[in-house]
Design a protein around this ligand. Structure first.
Ligand code: ADP
Length: 546
């Protein structure tokens, strides 16, 4: 873009005989770079840039369709003559085509549509292919391949950029895909890249015949192909290597003394075949190990299924029990309320006390059962979301503001991150820990609370620290169990379910929770969340051991 503003044909065009990179092309590249960098934090902006890219290529297509200059051609900058092009300022047809693929790829990756999420990667692969084809055409001087339209060709740096852009779009898509789709695709991409590299070297060998066996590089290709773990890919690679060695021989023969070429190529064939068989042996051994692992995996997955079915049964039982208990309890509660409201004064002392106790116990039981119900429902509808933790905590603080004001508490938030988590459930943890930190304050000491974060290699670590009454060391494990409390209802109200919920939620995040306290001066609750949570809910069922 700078090249256009300062009118430097060296920047815009590189070589006088090459096609220039049009301003609109450069601008669209800038848009797509912004789009890619927006992942995953700013999905709206990313989608907007994908739409602008599609618009930019559509406008160029439209221009070619009506075969006239359009306003978009010189919208940003007046074109200066570098090399004559059919429509000054307009990107080439193949460039517009590659951009429409790239824009669509970006959009698909951002939309994360389960079924179509791989499409973004395939489109990225096509962009890579288009760039590579044009680049090879420059090498081979096949103008009709990189110039689709009359006088408008893809510039040399444009096709190089498309190669990089294609790779970027593929890698972006790999971040979007689920683990399972990813492992399948990785082999295919590796195959694609290795074969492409082999073909490029074959072309170089044919175009610049120098008698030196590029076959050696082909052997590296065979080695790389072993990483895909597939025999058929290995064979394709061997065929590509042998073809290269043969073609190189044919093209080089006239230039270098023939016995050198002959010996060189013969040696390459020999080494290629030896390496092929060695790789084949490695693959067979890997296959055997993989088979063993598969059997093991199968067993583990069967056991996991059995266990999770039993677990579900238990949860279902708890759910039905608590749900069905609620109804008779509500009846007891309302009748005791009725007796209390209408007949209390007619009862003797014992009667009055009995009604009061009955009423109080029914209410408490209702609260307990509601807590149980909430506990058994946890994790039933999990949804992974990218979450700004700072924002999430601030929202809770706003809701708790009356309590915070009343207690003259101070809450400090330190470097809270942006992470992928089960947002709704995580909010529960923060709400529980914060309300406990406010509740268990030292007499006459306003609560001071600190919420912070540490980035660990495999986990996110959060902590909530207070200056409250502390928790004695021998009770520090007990408090995470259901209904375990260290104080009576009269001292501090509550039912002892909050921390059990926190424990369950951290387990859903494949993490843990614990507390540190000297039992006198405040406590610090720590909890961790795994960074490798599955993106798609069906992942466990499809691939239980990956
Ligand atoms: P609840 O708050 O309803 O009692 P929880 O499960 O949240 O239930 O907590 C269980 C127990 O752990 C509490 O009763 C209290 O004794 C102890 N506890 C929890 N948080 C704190 C804290 N920040 N400071 C001191 N004690 C705490």
């Amino acid at each position: 873009m700078t090249g256009w503003y300062v009118q430097s044909s060296a920047i815009v065009q590189i070589m006088p005989s090459f096609a220039p990179m049009q301003f609109t092309t450069a601008f669209t590249f800038l848009l797509i770079a912004v789009g890619i960098l927006c992942y995953p934090k700013y999905p709206k902006l990313g989608q907007l840039s994908a739409l602008l890219i599609l618009t930019s290529s559509a406008l160029s297509f439209y221009g070619y369709l009506i075969e006239k200059p359009i306003w978009f051609d010189d919208f940003f900058v007046k074109p200066f003559t570098v090399t004559e092009t059919a429509y000054p300022g307009r990107m080439a047809v193949n460039t517009a085509f590659a951009f429409s693929l790239a824009g669509a790829s970006l959009l698909f990756s951002f939309l994360k549509l389960n079924k179509f999420s791989s499409l973004g990667g395939y489109l990225g692969l096509l962009v890579f292919g288009l760039g590579l084809t044009a680049l090879i055409a420059y090498f081979l001087d096949l103008e009709y391949i990189y110039k689709w339209g009359k006088l408008t060709g893809m510039a040399l740096h444009t096709c190089s950029c498309f190669i990089l852009l294609g790779l970027a779009l593929i890698f972006l898509n790999l971040r979007v895909l689920s683990q399972k789709a990813l492992s399948n695709r990785r082999d295919l991409y590796l195959f694609g890249f290795t074969l492409t590299m082999q073909i490029i070297f074959m072309l170089v060998d044919v175009v610049i015949p120098n008698g030196i066996a590029v076959g050696v590089i082909q052997i590296v290709g065979i080695g790389m192909m072993t990483l895909t773990g597939r025999k058929e890919f290995l064979l394709v690679s061997l065929i590509a290597a042998l073809t290269n060695i043969y073609l190189g021989y044919v093209y080089s023969e006239t230039i270098v003394s023939s016995w050198i070429v002959y010996a060189d190529r013969a040696l390459s064939v020999l080494v290629a075949i030896i390496v092929y068989f060695l790789c084949l042996i490695i693959l067979k051994k890997e296959d055997a190990v993989r088979q063993q692992n598969k059997n093991l995996d199968k067993k583990v997955s069967e056991r996991t299924k059995e266990l999770s079915a039993k677990n579900q049964d238990l949860e279902q039982f708890a759910f039905i029990l608590t749900h069905d208990l609620m109804e008779p309890l509500r009846t007891i509660s309302s009748y005791s309320e009725l007796v209390k409201d209408t007949n209390r004064d007619n009862l003797d002392e014992l009667g009055k006390r009995s009604v009061d106790y009955m009423n109080f116990s029914a209410k408490r039981m209702e609260v307990l059962i509601r807590g149980m119900l909430e506990y058994s429902r946890l994790g039933k509808t999990l949804q992974l979301e990218f979450t700004q933790i700072d924002k999430l905590v601030r929202k809770i603080l706003v809701e708790m503001n009356p309590e915070i004001q009343k207690k003259e508490a101070r809450v400090n938030l330190i470097k809270l991150p942006f992470i992928e988590c089960y947002s709704k459930e995580l909010e529960h943890i923060f709400r529980n820990l914060l309300s406990n930190a406010l509740k268990f304050q030292q007499p006459n000491l306003p609560p001071e609370i600190e919420i912070g974060y540490e980035n660990r290699p495999t986990h996110h670590l959060f902590y909530v620290k207070d200056n409250g009454i502390g928790i004695p060391t021998n009770f520090q494990n007990r408090i995470f169990k259901l209904f375990q409390r260290l104080h009576s209802e009269q001292e501090y109200e509550g039912i002892g379910i909050g921390l059990a919920q926190c424990l369950k939620i951290t387990e859903l995040h494949q993490g843990s929770i614990w507390v540190e306290s000297d039992g006198i001066n405040g406590s610090t609750f720590y909890f961790t969340l795994s960074k490798m949570l599955k993106t798609h809910v069906d992942y466990d069922q499809e691939n239980p051991t990956n």
